[in-house]
Design a protein around this ligand. Sequence first.
Ligand code: C2E
Ligand code: CA
Ligand code: CA
Ligand code: CA
Length: 279
Amino acid sequence: RRLGEHDAIQCYTEQMKVDAMSRLSMESALREAIDKDQFVLVYQPKVDADRGRIVGGEALVRWHHPTEGVIGPVAFIPLLEEMGLIGHLGQWVLNQACDDLSRWRAAGVPVVPIAVNLSAIQFGRQDLLDSIRDTLDAHEVGADMIELEVTESALMRDTHATAEVLHGLHGLGLSLAVDDFGTGYSSLAYLKRFAVDTLKIDRSFVQDCDGGNHDPAIVRAIIAMARSLGMGLVAEGVETEAQARVLQAHGCPVMQGYLFARPMSEVDFRTALRDGLPG
Ligand code: C2E
Ligand code: CA
Ligand code: CA
Ligand code: CA
């Protein structure tokens, strides 16, 4: 199942929606979105490489704009960062994910750890640890049920501060994944020092690994490295059977991508947790 056109069109129309709004009106619309609770979380399953069982999920935010429809995060997260409001969204996302988790649990559905994305700005904030702990406590969600995803570049910004934050996160019992791994410049030495738990192999390498003319060397090297350092590993953006086969053959234990499931509503994800993925 090769994608491309559909996604390109979707991106294009999303970009048009955003272009159509002036910067100023976009800013006021975003403030209103925060006030009026116009954000929604969707969840994308992470599956076990052998059996396609759901072993985790990633929470991804969407903006349900009252007139423009659904707008994806790439179109508004950078703006929220510039506006100094990314902390608000981040707090909302974590709170919503914990709320969903506790409701799934109450409904008797077998829950899996949920990953939330942190922007670099949130990662640098002093109150990060306190607010995470308070949110987990408020929902009676264990720290082992939430995973944080931070990009490689965010981790490498200020390595001293990063080491401290990671120490604190681990102290709370949270685990951390390096998102988009391979696109930044993190060194092995830092990965070891930070004791990051999981690497998420960036989609660009996954898409280059499916046999034929493509070279799986990078993917193979990342998998070997993660395994030798005892880290968890997730391949993101898996779209084809061929990619999944190569990844599995090289020992990648967890995969995420359109091949298995697209990001889905909270209700659909809950159903998938209960009944498994179709097919
Ligand atoms: P990401 O963390 O790398 O998330 C993966 C993105 O790839 C998601 O796009 C997901 O829908 C998409 N994706 C998943 N599987 C496939 C696949 O097989 N093929 C392709 N082509 N794409 C796939 P989405 O939801 O548009 O999110 C884009 C980015 O926005 C995320 O990239 C993340 O960096 C950011 N983001 C999303 N939600 C949040 C959030 O709550 N907070 C923050 N700070 N950032 C977020
Ligand atoms: Ca992510
Ligand atoms: Ca990613
Ligand atoms: Ca990405």
